[in-house]
Write a protein that binds this ligand. Sequence first.
Ligand SMILES: Cc1cc2nc3c(=O)[nH]c(=O)nc-3n(C[C@H](O)[C@H](O)[C@H](O)COP(=O)(O)OP(=O)(O)OC[C@H]3O[C@@H](n4cnc5c(N)ncnc54)[C@H](O)[C@@H]3O)c2cc1C
Length: 500
Amino acid sequence: MNSTDYDVIVIGSGIGGLVTATQLAAKGASVLVLERYLIPGGSAGYFDREDGYRFDVGASMIFGFGDKGTTNLLTRALDGVKMSIETIPDPVQVHYHLPDGLDLKVHRDYEKFLHELISYFPHEEKGIRQFYDECWKVFNCLNAMELLSLEEPRYLTRVFFQHPFACLGLVKYLPQNAGDIARRYIRDPQLLKFIDAECYIWSVVPADRTPMINAGMVFSDRHYGGINYPKGGVGQIAQKLVEGLENAGSHIKYKARVTEIIIENNRAVGVKLASGETLRAKRVVSNATRWDTFEKLLPATKKPTSEKKWQQRYQQSPSFLSLHLGVKAEALPDGIECHHVLLENWDDMEAEQGTIFVSIPTLLDRSLAPDGFHIIHTFTPSWIQEWENLSPSEYAAKKEKAADRLIDRLTQIIPDLDRGLDFQEVGTPRTHRRFLGRENGTYGPVPSRKLLGLLGMPFNRTAIANLYCVGDSTFPGQGLNAVAFSGFACAHRVATDLGL
Ligand SMILES: Cc1cc2nc3c(=O)[nH]c(=O)nc-3n(C[C@H](O)[C@H](O)[C@H](O)COP(=O)(O)OP(=O)(O)OC[C@H]3O[C@@H](n4cnc5c(N)ncnc54)[C@H](O)[C@@H]3O)c2cc1C
């Protein structure tokens, strides 16, 4: 065993891990990415099925592919290793089908969206504009500066002198939540519920627990850089990053499950694989969730106190029940949009299998399904506890029943769905846990109570020297563009520590 085989070992090839790896490789570091699965991408991966169906595992409403500003982090990450992807703009971020007949679309065109929302709440026009305008203020601050590690003092000093007002703006919003700002301007309880849904669909918590920094990004970038679907499917992002990584002279190894992070003299020095092999590096970056990193890859005695405190502030969000469908093209109503959110009763928004998310990416890229067919990925929050302690036949029966119920509810927006079905596959939280390697299949950490905005979310360094975390359990949280941010920040911090 060499004293150091690599500059950096990255555990996991989710988008957070790959952005860290590619940024470091582009700076000349020797990087090895270790991925337990067969392909890269994690929650942004894909799988193929018979007859030419290609499904996204999770993400398909993609931010970060814009061509201007500084918040287009997927475009920038690919560019960092001389790669690019053709994308297809989506004219509507999401079509909401909400209780009380609230049926509206978030158009890419900001004014068109506001008009549609204001037509439901004309008495709240001023409040609506004030709330969303405040989101733009956050976004404009972020979009003015290069987004790197907030743990790097020289960078902070530099951006402060370059953009003093933007920095002060962000410091102001950092401890705030979207719900507080919404209530400052909006009174109508139904409209406040809509703002909750606007937050919930990506933060999986209502507005009161959704940091304003993240809300500012999402509610503005959808009208600025827009939502853009990568041609060939979401899996292309990870594939291209890997290609760029290898072109830059670094490597990825699949079927390489890390079982232990090796600690010597209180420093991370390498990893042990399930095969028994050990590999050493100057720095170790974990793209696994914090629960997986600190509870499974390190002995209990090494769990830092800061992690115990973090676990009191943040809890695991539910996982998802996913239904991947292949349907005849004629089953889809004319003019249907790509992304939908469906909820019949406000009280069920956060409930087990309450809110339904729908994505029909073949409306943007026909290559993902055979001629004359579309794919529909529909998913709804579900907890692992719902799916445990079942015999194989009970598990199969429960999956089938849940799929039937989802299809039944989906007929509200696709009346002919049942008759058009060609392919069907169900994934449960157990599937997410198994294939994504995420504790309980969780979507990620959510505040366990109301916190001070994003202030409690850890950056990339950990209490263990030379061990870093990246991905959705670090600042600023879930979503591909967010984990790309965390990847840029992590690579920046590691590169500075390595003197690159
Ligand atoms: C159903 C669903 C829908 C979503 N929709 C959207 C959306 O529309 N838009 C959006 O922006 N985001 C969406 N997201 C969220 C987004 O996909 C995630 O936030 C993001 O992909 C997480 O990236 P990550 O880098 O943190 O880690 P992950 O994607 O979790 O990747 C971590 C990687 O590490 C590997 N790994 C873990 N442990 C080990 C180990 N011990 N050894 C080796 N490898 C290991 C895993 O196999 C995995 O490949 C969705 C997520 C889901 C599940």
